[in-house]
Design a protein around this ligand. Structure first.
Ligand SMILES: Cc1cc2nc3c(=O)[nH]c(=O)nc-3n(C[C@H](O)[C@H](O)[C@H](O)COP(=O)(O)OP(=O)(O)OC[C@H]3O[C@@H](n4cnc5c(N)ncnc54)[C@H](O)[C@@H]3O)c2cc1C
Length: 338
């Protein structure tokens, strides 16, 4: 595609996977972009997740969730190659497959897989999905950040205060120290904090933080090669022997505390799936705040009242999977209108 020379200034608020990929796609299409992040780029939910590139389990979700997730997952092999070539960082895109253990609805799952082109094989009492892939979240976020640096996309470390409007437009964004950033277009991709950032303009959005806690184990390379899933719990093997166990889904507000109850529950579930973990304890325990949305359906659209404000948020449990496709949709909608 020919690069357009778009001089108008697009400010993207939030440096998670959604904000970073939105910035990259818009920059590639010729836009003048600034990414504003209040802390470190990629240090919130996008860092904390499992990186599985498929909804768990997709047959329990609606078509909008799965369509966006499948479209995003499809873009990852190319994205991984591009990031490796341009930044030297390997995001560890790995087709490790996903094994679903009972209980699951055998006929519904097979029918969904057949209709959506996902290979599914019955193996004993388990369902084997060999094409399911994963990425390593911290590496993904490092690579996206490096890409932005290498391509001279401006990033500003500042916290934007809830937006205010001059009639039906936002022309200035305030940052905490009383300074302002001028903008022609604004993208809200502040994850779990998007609703607070919109302030009086949150309308009927129902976005809220949903805490997820995760444990990390270090094991010999190859002990586990596939993602295991049972009853809303999973084990994810990384290439270097790390195994992630997760996760909780907790409606506790903006509280990132980790709890001993969750650690114990996750550890017991991990042992049940992989008894070899019996002699070891987790080496790390963390939590992240997912941008929760009703039915896990994100909001990717122009703000209904503010004509130069765009929303790309609320990706809830599958924002890493959805991000490349969500960024393309956002960029297309936005660039059509300016
Ligand atoms: C435990 C766990 C497991 C997960 N597993 C998976 C998985 O396997 N697969 C998958 O696809 N997804 C998974 N997810 C979900 C996924 O991580 C999220 O959907 C995704 O990261 C959301 O990205 P985001 O960019 O919207 O939010 P975030 O990564 O949270 O980024 C938002 C950013 O906005 C910044 N910000 C907020 N307010 C302001 C402000 N006022 N001014 C400036 N900056 C601001 C924040 O500091 C933050 O960096 C998981 C999440 C968790 C917590």
């Amino acid at each position: 595609m020919l690069k357009r020379n778009i001089k108008r200034h697009i400010v993207i608020i939030g440096g998670g996977v959604i904000g970073c990929l939105s910035a990259i796609v818009l920059h590639k299409k010729g836009a003048h972009v600034t990414l504003v992040e209040r802390a470190e780029i990629g240090a919130e939910s996008s860092w904390a997740g499992g990186g599985v590139l498929l909804p768990l389990l997709p047959w329990h979700y609606s078509a909008p969730v799965n369509t966006l997730a499948l479209a995003g997952a499809k873009l990852y092999p190319m994205l991984a190659e591009e990031l490796l070539a341009s930044t030297g960082i390997d995001i560890e895109y790995t087709v490790s497959g996903l094994r679903v253990l009972p209980p699951f609805d055998s006929s519904l799952s097979k029918q969904w897989c057949a209709e959506n082109g996902l290979t599914a094989e019955t193996d004993g009492d388990t369902l084997w999905l060999p094409d399911v892939a994963q990425v390593r979240n911290p590496r993904l976020m490092q690579a996206l950040k490096r890409w932005l640096e290498l391509n001279d996309v401006a990033t500003v470390k500042a916290e934007i205060t809830p937006i205010t409007s001059n009639k039906n437009r936002v022309t200035q964004l305030s940052i905490s120290q009383g300074e302002i950033i001028s903008c022609d277009q604004v993208v809200i991709s502040a994850g779990a904090w998007s609703q607070a950032l919109l302030g009086d303009y949150a309308l009927d959005l129902e976005l809220k933080p949903m805490r997820g806690q995760m444990l990390l184990y270090q094991q010999p390379v190859g002990l586990l090669r596939e993602i295991l899933y049972c009853d809303d719990f999973y084990l994810i093997p990384r290439r270097d022997g790390h195994i992630l166990a997760g996760s909780t889904v907790e409606d506790v507000g903006f509280d990132k505390t980790t709890t001993t109850t969750a650690a114990e529950t996750l550890h017991q579930k991990a042992l049940k799936l992989l008894p070899a973990l019996a002699d070891c304890s987790a080496i790390q325990h963390w939590s992240g705040l997912r941008p929760g949305s009703p039915d896990n359906i994100p909001v990717i659209q122009r703000h209904p009242q503010l004509e130069n404000v765009w929303l790309n948020t609320g990706h809830f449990r599958y924002g890493v999977t959805m991000a490349p496709a969500a960024a393309e949709i956002l960029a297309q909608l936005l660039l059509e209108k300016i």
